[in-house]
Design a protein around this ligand. Structure first.
Ligand code: DGY
Length: 323
């Protein structure tokens, strides 16, 4: 039996690429730049499995028309809003993701952003690097205290819970959250958190708001102009989920008008493009989608993809099947 032909759309940790090469007939995108629609379309036509990342866009039209060879998309990541999963399913293509292994590291990046914005770490770092620091003073880069404040979490899945745990047990914060479905209060209490009925209820009481819900149509622009206006004056918004959960133009206006104090962002609406106006602001901390970026996590994500496609081609159910 010939080994399944696999296309890996970006370079992966070397240890994972080695395991893939032992099991499959692997083609690597050695340029390590995101593939365009024509290249992805050709991949669906020519490979048994395609292993995309968040930087590959697979909308419905990519799955239309001519016969497709691809039977599984083994996504390298937990979020899969860059893939039209209904269109994939309609062509009989399975989709898998990598839940669980990036929970802690993504929650860490949310915490890093919260602390950096609250304590003005980005501004301070820029000053020191630019040689502009003129010495300690009682009023220099004074931020806002974290301990004792309230953080509101939107989306209480794995990452939302890990973030709650850090905020409550690590930093002595009060934690409230909104989640579409009801969470057992005893389960919420394990993370020191309390569920509130609506997003607005969370916004009304939170000094910090952190987004941990999926991207895609259901949550697109969940944080729109009116919700930004409903945040407490002086509140800080953190986003490590997906860029489209925030209306970026409305956020820029809210930051410029002083409706909110600041923002910490790891994700953007049109990555890797970050609006010039955001990049000019002092009261934002901007990271380049680093949530899962540790050696351990990226290797674990890759091994999950290997497990998923190995199960699929062995005729077993992939452990992390989405459709
Ligand atoms: C994820 O896994 O969804 C991360 O955002 C990287 O894609």
């Amino acid at each position: 039996m010939p080994r399944p032909r696999i296309l890996v759309t970006r370079r992966w940790p070397a240890a994972v690429e080695a395991v893939l090469a032992e099991r499959f007939d692997v083609s690597l995108n050695t340029n390590d730049v995101a593939l365009n629609a024509t290249q992805l379309r050709a991949a669906l036509r020519d490979y048994d499995a395609v292993l995309p990342t968040v930087s590959d866009r697979l909308p419905a039209d990519l799955f239309e028309g001519e016969p497709l060879r691809t039977r599984i998309l083994g996504n390298f990541g937990v979020g899969f809003n860059h893939i039209d999963i209904a269109a994939a399913k309609a062509r009989g293509i399975a989709v898998t993701n990598t839940p669980g292994v990036l929970t802690d590291c993504t929650a860490d990046i949310a915490m890093l952003l919260l602390l950096s914005v609250a304590r003005r770490g980005g501004e301070g770092e820029r000053q020191v690097r630019a040689g502009e620091w003129v010495g300690w003073s009682p009023t220099h880069l004074v931020g806002t205290k974290v301990t004792g404040k309230t953080v509101g979490i939107i989306g209480f899945g794995r990452i939302g819970r890990a973030f709650a745990q850090r905020c409550h047990f690590g930093f002595g914060m009060n934690v409230v959250f909104y989640n579409r479905s009801a969470i057992d209060p005893h389960e919420a209490a394990r993370y020191g958190a309390e569920q509130l009925p609506t997003v607005e209820d969370v916004l009304a009481v939170s000094d910090f708001v952190s987004l941990h819900c999926p991207g895609g149509a259901e949550n697109r622009h969940l944080m729109n102009a009116s919700r930004l206006a409903a945040m407490k004056p002086g509140a800080i918004l953190i986003n490590t989920a997906r860029g489209d959960v925030i209306d970026e133009q409305a956020l820029i206006a809210a930051l410029e008008n002083g409706t909110i104090r600041g923002a910490g962002l790891d994700v953007y609406e049109a990555e890797p493009n970050v609006p010039e106006r955001l990049r000019q602001m002092e009261n934002v901390v901007l990271l380049p989608h680093l949530g899962s970026a540790t050696e351990e996590t990226r290797t674990a994500m890759g091994m999950k993809v290997v497990d998923n496609i190995t199960a699929f081609f062995d005729g077993r159910e992939p452990p992390d099947r989405v459709v």
